[in-house]
Design a protein around this ligand. Structure first.
Ligand code: AMP
Length: 187
């Protein structure tokens, strides 16, 4: 009887499973020609979908110790803090150059044209902390790879990297090879 009841609950929860892709809006030619911007505003706007997204992210780490969630500026702060809350972890900002005060550590990485720099405060977490990295979108992987370099240079023990959305065709995964990588939505 219990077994059947369990199956029924599983079936019902599958029926209720939210299709998170339905909460992502494609905005062509933003911010420039040739880019289809993945706008997560509808996902943030829906309390139900937002909750489901955080639960699905957090579920992956229910059996591991996470001391710190690092979110990458700026949209990585949104679900990053919610994920940290769900995991009972600390939250740390990884920001673009010039935005954070205090003593900082920085990593500069190559873009298609030019370079960019990410920074974190040197006292953001203690060496040996278990760190989870989060960002909204995995595109080429350059930003996440730089953030990982930064985290590890500060003595962080990177236990995983996750994204709301991954653009498979840009092969960002290859830059993060060997990392425990998870994306909620793949395109
Ligand atoms: P990348 O370093 O190429 O993996 O770029 C990742 C960063 O760029 C993320 O922080 C995203 O916020 C942003 N990004 C890149 N491509 C897109 C896109 N098509 N839609 C939305 N955000 C994007």
């Amino acid at each position: 009887m219990d077994f059947l009841f369990g199956l029924k609950l599983d079936y019902l929860s599958q029926m209720n499973e939210i299709d998170l892709k339905a909460y992502v809006r494609d905005v062509p030619y933003f911010p420039k020609q040739g880019i289809i911007f993945k706008d997560l505003s509808p996902l943030l706007a829906s309390a139900k979908a937002r909750k489901a997204a955080v639960e699905r992210l957090a579920k992956n780490y229910q059996h591991v110790n996470v001391d710190v969630v690092v979110g990458i500026e700026a949209r990585g702060f949104l679900f990053g803090t919610l994920l940290a809350e769900a995991l009972g972890a600390s939250f740390v900002m990884c920001r673009k150059q010039g935005k954070l005060p205090g003593d900082l550590r920085a990593v500069t990485y190559d873009l298609e044209y030019g370079t960019d720099t990410v920074e974190m405060q040197i006292d953001a977490f203690s060496s040996g902390s278990s760190v989870l990295l989060h960002d909204d979108v995995l595109a080429t992987g350059g930003t996440a790879a730089a953030a990982i370099e930064l985290i590890e240079s500060m003595g962080g023990n990177l236990i995983g990297v996750n994204f709301i959305l991954e653009l498979d065709f840009l092969k960002g995964r290859t830059k993060l090879a060997g990392r425990n990588l998870y994306s909620l939505i793949n395109y």
